[in-house]
Design a protein around this ligand. Structure first.
Ligand code: 5GP
Length: 217
């Protein structure tokens, strides 16, 4: 809880990991238990898949609209993936941060790099590492009936993602989901209390110092 008239700017909270290391599970659990953090909804030009809802899974845009928004500088970051455009719009993120709430980004190291370039002060980044690569391989095998080729491909992508762990503010080794979730929550809680994210503290402190007399009997 913050004193009246003390406001905090929200955090852009980035979670990255190799696929299979637990990032998506941790993100979901964090969203379930913390009403003050909201997942960032990307914009894309690809068609909605079955069950996907506009405004919930993605903001689905036409290519023309997307290009217009790029030209207007409306994106924090964007990229072309498999012939479709994907990106993060500035306005909804800004609205949440200004309310003193936080935005969760489940993105890879390249997206994180781009965000850092445009929003360095707002970003808190956490890299989730698997305990070891054998464990990661087992998780990928369990997750789906991936072919040997697919597993090899995913493991090489995982290793390349992992090589960027040292670009992040925090690292959590995911031995056990509950424990990792607690660590991630602690990071978020501490970052929320960073003095530089708060405004109105000077008035709050000077109000009670000016009304207190040290020499009173
Ligand atoms: P899908 O079409 O399967 O939902 O996503 C394909 C890829 O698009 C994902 O692997 C993800 O990395 C990328 N992607 C999704 N949203 C964004 C975004 O907002 N920005 C960027 N740069 N890539 C995204």
């Amino acid at each position: 809880m913050l004193p009246q008239n003390v406001k905090r700017r929200g955090v852009m909270f980035v979670l990255s990991s190799a696929s299979g290391a637990g990032k998506t599970t941790i993100s979901r659990l964090l969203m379930d238990i913390d009403p003050k953090i909201h997942i960032s909804i990307s914009a894309t030009t690809r068609e909605p898949r079955e069950g996907e809802i506009d405004g919930i899974h993605y903001n689905f845009l036409t290519r023309e609209d997307f290009i217009k928004k790029i030209a207007n500088g409306e994106f924090l970051e964007y990229a072309e993936v498999f012939n479709h455009m994907y990106g993060t719009l500035k306005a909804p993120v800004e609205e949440i941060l200004n309310k003193g709430e936080d935005v969760l980004f489940d993105i890879d190291w390249q997206g994180t790099r781009q965000l850092r370039e445009v929003a360095r002060d707002d970003i808190v980044s956490v890299f989730i590492l698997p305990p070891n690569l054998i464990e990661l391989e087992n998780r990928l095998r369990k997750r789906a009936q991936n072919s040997e080729e697919e597993i090899k491909y995913r493991m090489s992508r995982a290793m390349s993602e992992i090589s960027h762990y040292d670009e992040y503010h925090y690292v959590v080794v995911n031995y056990e989901i509950k424990d990792s979730l607690q660590r991630v929550q602690s990071i978020l809680e501490a970052e929320r209390m960073k003095r530089r994210r708060m405004s109105g503290l000077r008035d709050f402190v000077s109000n009670f110092t000016k009304n207190y007399d040290c020499n009173k009997k």
